[in-house]
Design a binder for this molecule. Structure first.
Ligand code: OGA
Ligand code: MN
Length: 283
């Protein structure tokens, strides 16, 4: 087994593990290695790791409690609420019309998973099941490097701010506003610190997402302007990583120090199917 950084080694953002055997996936040594790699590189791709749903759930469960979807069963493709379907397949199992727009498109916006929940996603596991001939890459922003690049005086101004997040802010950005009052009551806004310290490395990172609405205790417009400015700062090419998918990849990332987004995939011929599992924050 060996681990290789993606991009320049000094960047410490993104790595690929090869030669890990499926049989090793349940061992404590493998878990320790993956946790170490995630702390260091934040985004870790494991090559040649075809997963069945039940094995993905076992592995995810080793990292912590697994998120369960609350979406109505009629809107879900998979019966098990701990697994989400990512890609271009509709609930009937057909390739989505390439022009279909709406709810699912929020993956195209820079985000951290489940940032609109009090217990947001810490670790996401995304397993490639079916990829098109030219798979669209998934892009990541290194929120640790983005923080490090800010002048010290700016860091001091930002260090104790809290950001208000809402799923409805996120969905509205991709044109989806059709939520009922009941749905709105079921998902009230939550607050997360703008700056977080990683429990293993002690490194600080900005925490932003497309669900970021405004800054707590600030006028809305000023808060939105700050969020937009910091999002633009964090997603500059120098902080970005583009992950190229290969068949049977398992990609794991730490949402507390990254943002990510899907890139457009306009095929109505080829299937793209990945399985998503999120491990939630416990504090
Ligand atoms: C996700 C996600 C991006 C992609 O699975 O959480 O944002 O490229 N996916 O599908
Ligand atoms: Mn996501």
């Amino acid at each position: 087994m060996f681990i290789e950084p993606i991009g320049p080694a000094e960047r410490q953002f993104g790595a690929v593990i090869s030669g890990l055997h499926a049989g090793e996936i349940r061992s404590d040594a493998t878990l320790a290695l993956l946790n170490q790699a995630l702390a260091q590189y934040a985004v870790v791709g494991i090559r040649q790791m075809p997963l069945e749903d039940d094995v993905q759930l076992v592995l995810a469960g080793r990292f912590g409690p697994i998120h369960q979807s609350i979406l109505d069963a009629s809107r879900r493709r998979l019966a098990d609420r701990r697994l989400n379907d990512v890609g271009n397949i509709d609930v009937q199992g057909n390739v989505k019309d390439a022009t279909a727009r709406g709810y699912g498109d929020s993956n195209l916006l820079w985000h951290a998973d489940l940032s609109f929940l009090a217990r947001s996603a810490r670790i996401t596991l995304l397993s490639a099941r079916v990829l098109p001939p030219e798979p669209p890459p998934t892009e990541y922003a290194d929120m640790r490097a983005a923080w490090d690049a800010l002048p010290a005086a700016r860091q001091a101004e930002l260090a104790s701010l809290e950001v208000v997040h809402s799923v409805f802010v996120q969905r509205a950005k991709c044109g989806f506003t059709g939520f009922t009052d009941e749905e709105r009551r079921a998902a009230p806004p939550v607050r997360h610190p703008l700056v977080r310290r990683h429990p293993v490395t002690g490194r600080r990172a900005l925490y932003l997402s497309s669900s970021a609405s405004h800054i707590a205790n600030w006028p809305d417009d000023e808060g939105r302007a700050l969020i937009d400015e910091l999002t633009a700062h964090s997603t500059q090419p120098r902080f970005m990583l583009s992950y190229d998918w290969h068949a049977d990849d398992l990609l794991i990332w730490d949402n507390s120090v990254t943002m990510h987004r899907a890139t457009p995939f306009e095929s109505s011929e080829h299937r793209r199917e990945l399985r998503w599992t999120a491990v939630v924050e416990t504090v």
